[in-house]
Design a binder for this molecule. Structure first.
Ligand code: PGA
Length: 246
């Protein structure tokens, strides 16, 4: 284990007042091997970086286009211009509410990489697939199409859809098993020399973080609800920090 990653996904939450309140409570001396980032809605990227020095910036999405007449879109180059280190790509809420396909996700991944922003590719199965025992097939298929044009520079977040925002978490064994499969698949797709960090996401909180970070194949977490409050996000960061040596 070299680095652990902790990324807060604020989704469509936040305000200037919320960022100020968060920054007043936030005090965490991260070990350099623990990379902490927050993905606020686009309008708050600048305010967040000013309010939380030491915390890296992530965006929740990017366009496939570098620039042009695409109303409402934000390019990966613009994110790079704001010193955004990471961008989520293919989050299940984008797949569900914006009908993002694996092909589009592959293009977004390539756009982020060519702009120098590290994509965090989100994959994960629906509850019906887990119940049918098809979770590995689903995730493998997502990886194969999303990584078709990818360079090795990326993170992957395994987020079982049934665990997102539901309070249900994959057990550490379920997460670890899936992460091991993802690592193997990514190695065969992108080359064996590449160790791609795999983050777990889906109802991570201060109570379950320790057990998840203790898993050998869990290299970090993508945290939604529990990243909105500085206290719970700091507690998760502390768990990550305690587990850095595994
Ligand atoms: P959650 O969200 O932690 O609220 O389940 C995780 C995510 O969607 O990234």
């Amino acid at each position: 284990m070299t680095n652990l990653y902790l990324i807060g996904n604020w989704k469509q939450h936040g305000s200037r007042a919320a960022i100020q309140a968060f920054s007043k409570q936030w005090s965490f001396n991260a070990n350099p091997a623990l990379r902490i980032a927050i993905a606020p809605p686009f309008p708050y990227l600048q305010a967040l970086v000013e309010a939380l020095p030491g915390c890296e910036l992530a965006a929740q999405d990017c366009s496939v286009h570098a620039q042009g007449a695409y109303t409402g879109e934000v390019s990966a180059d613009m994110l790079a211009d704001l010193d955004c280190q990471f961008v989520l790509v293919g989050h299940s809420e984008r797949r569900q509410y914006h009908y993002e396909t694996d092909e589009l996700i592959a293009e977004k991944l390539a756009a982020a990489q060519s702009a120098g922003v590290t994509p965090v590719l989100c994959v994960g199965e629906q509850l019906s697939a887990r119940e049918a025992g098809e979770q590995e097939d689903v995730v493998r298929a997502q990886l194969r199409s999303a990584l078709a044009k990818s360079q090795p520079n990326l993170l992957i977040a395994y987020e079982p859809v049934w665990a997102i925002g539901t309070g249900l978490t994959a057990t550490p064994d379920q997460a670890n098993e899936m992460h091991a499969m993802i690592k193997q698949e990514v190695e065969s797709l992108l080359g064996a020399s590449q160790a791609t960090p795999i983050l777990y996401g889906g109802s991570v909180n201060a109570e379950n973080a320790d057990a998840l970070f203790a898993c050998p194949h869990v290299d970090g977490a993508l945290v939604g609800g529990a990243s909105l409050e500085a206290a719970s996000f700091m507690a998760i960061a502390q768990s990550a920090s305690n587990n850095l040596s595994h």
